[in-house]
Design a protein around this ligand. Structure first.
Ligand code: FAD
Ligand code: NAD
Length: 472
């Protein structure tokens, strides 16, 4: 068959590209290895994990409520009902995506695609055969980084899990080892801990969420220290053996630190990062260039080195986030339609949906330090937020990174319950080139957590009238 635009991969990057290209009048075919579009994000990533994190939050909140005079019985967990509910959420959204494609006249084909040349793709799956295209948009996403020494995940017993099998929620293990203290390890560790597992996290570096500003991680780390059974930093798994009883691991701590320990866990979740899906798809038959980490090289219009092929989303580089994939998908579709659109965001929000949530956008303090860039940092602790007090969660922090001369908002970070929703306003401020006074004079509803942004901005602008300021 022939198509004007062929999109390979039906995740949040691929379907957004396909829909935008169809809206701009192009004839579009979307091929996806799974039976339904939606990608990792919808079927085994963002959506199922957030559904389970919502459940986790509810459980944890009932425990917090003891301090307010409300005692609940521990929850009786019907795992099958929980799995059914999670799947219902996924199915509803997946049907929605499929319907949106149909309405736009996007042809959906199930199959695994590989390039034979820049304009020819062979498809293997329920729709087989060869497709000739005017242009292709590569949106094949990423897969979990394997851990050396582990042949495949999940293991045949199911005890060794990747994020996909962990989201399958086969059982609530008594003990769970999470290898990797990044996004997935902490989010899914929180889910299992709330459901009743005793969770241990092993992280290679000296901090959870390495790379994220320390003051944002600190309140989360403090809370996770009480939610989890143990957190071992600067620690590696040097041996792992599946036995009748479970998985016995040998952990090697920092030199001069905890030394070597052996421990047996009911299950192990490996979450040590993700890698782009750029191998085995025939890129060697095209002009597409791939960097040493496997990411497809693209310019600011998502063009690869092959004039017929664009690339977007996880396969096209960091950050590997769904909303970045979607934004890039729209850019690629617009460029294909002859528009002068570029992918040049000032702020891509990142949210770790733990409890508390950690969120940031634009410039971070770590980046500013690395670049030797001078910034003023306005920190507003949630201990001074009325809203945070009313929900009993005052450990949070909102901080603004501001240009010292102009007060322009360069970046924002927040940690606390609901920080993930708060970051949207910060993205708008950074993208619109707002200065601190813009935020300080914008009236924010009281009592809301959004006031912490206003009050942070007031600290810089000399407008602070709040108790926190008076208290110095
Ligand atoms: P994907 O969503 O990976 O989709 C790629 C699609 O291409 C897949 O469906 C795959 O089957 C298909 N494909 C691959 N190769 C071929 C081929 N040769 N032929 C045909 N089809 C092919 N991000 C967030 O922003 N927020 C979150 O809360 C979040 N939570 C996550 C939780 C987990 C557990 C995981 C694993 C990831 C999470 N992410 C989250 C990351 C997010 O899922 C990815 O950044 C996002 O899905 C990337 O979108 P994409 O379109 O580039 O690729
Ligand atoms: P990650 O990069 O966030 O974290 C991996 C962690 O594992 C790091 O802290 C790393 O230092 C550690 N690590 C690496 N090798 C190790 C080893 N041998 N032993 C112990 N620790 C080791 O990766 P992830 O958690 O697998 O998630 C993958 C990506 O998916 C994320 O980077 C993110 O882009 C995306 N994601 C996003 C969200 C969200 O937006 N809320 C949620 C989940 C996943």
């Amino acid at each position: 068959m022939e198509t004007e635009v062929l999109v390979i991969g039906g995740g949040p990057g691929g379907y957004a590209a396909a829909f935008r290209a169809a809206d701009l009048g192009r004839q579009v075919t979307l091929v996806e290895a799974d039976p339904r579009p939606g990608g990792v994000c919808l079927h085994r990533g963002c959506i199922p994990s957030k559904a389970l994190l919502h459940v986790a939050r509810l459980i944890l909140e009932t425990e917090e409520a003891k301090a307010w005079g409300l005692a609940f019985q521990p929850p009786q967990i019907d795992l099958e009902a929980l799995r059914t509910w999670k799947q219902k959420v996924v199915d509803q959204l997946a049907n929605g995506v499929a319907e949106l494609g149909r309405r736009r006249g996007v042809t959906f084909l199930q199959g695994r695609a590989a390039f034979e040349d820049s304009q020819t793709v062979r498809l293997e799956g329920s729709s087989g055969g060869r497709i000739r295209c005017g242009h292709a948009i590569l949106a094949t996403g990423s897969h979990p980084t394997p851990l050396p020494g582990i042949a495949s995940l999940p293991s045949s017993t199911g005890r060794l899990m990747d994020s996909t099998s962990a989201l399958g929620l086969e059982e609530i293990p008594g003990t769970l080892l999470v290898i990797g203290g990044g996004y997935i390890g902490l989010e899914l560790g929180t889910v299992y801990a709330a459901l009743g597992s005793r969770v241990t996290v092993v992280e290679l570096t000296d901090s959870l969420l390495p790379g994220v500003d320390r003051d944002l991680v600190r309140p989360l780390q403090a809370r996770l220290r009480s939610l989890f059974q143990a957190i071992h930093l600067q620690t590696q798994v040097v041996a792992m053996e599946e036995t009748e009883e479970g998985v016995t691991v040998t952990l090697e701590g920092p030199a001069g630190g905890e030394g070597i320990a052996r421990q047996t866990f009911d299950r192990v979740l490996v979450a040590v990062g993700r890698r782009p899906n750029s191998a085995g798809i025939g890129l060697e038959n095209t002009q597409v260039a791939v960097d040493p980490r496997g990411f497809v090289e693209v310019d600011s219009q998502q063009r690869t080195r092959d004039e017929r092929i664009f690339a977007i989303g996880d396969v096209a580089g960091e950050p590997m986030l769904a909303h970045k994939a979607t934004a890039q998908g729209k850019v690629a579709a617009e460029v294909l339609a002859g528009r002068a659109t570029v992918f040049d965001p000032q702020a891509i929000p990142a949210v770790v949906f733990t409890d508390p949530e950690v969120a940031w956008c634009g410039l971070t303090e770590n980046q500013a330090k690395r670049q030797g860039q001078e910034v003023r940092v306005a920190r507003f602790p949630w201990a001074a937020s009325g809203r945070a007090a009313t929900v009993g969660r005052t450990e949070g922090l909102t901080k603004l990174l501001l240009d010292p001369d102009t007060g322009r908002v360069l970046g924002v970070g927040a940690v606390g319950v609901g920080a993930g929703e708060l970051i949207a306003e910060a993205v708008l401020a950074v993208e619109m080139g707002a200065v601190a006074e813009d935020l300080a004079w914008s009236i924010h509803a009281h009592p809301t957590l959004s006031e912490t942004l206003q009050e942070g901005a007031e600290l810089f602008s000399g407008l602070a009238t709040h108790l926190y300021r008076k208290a110095g």
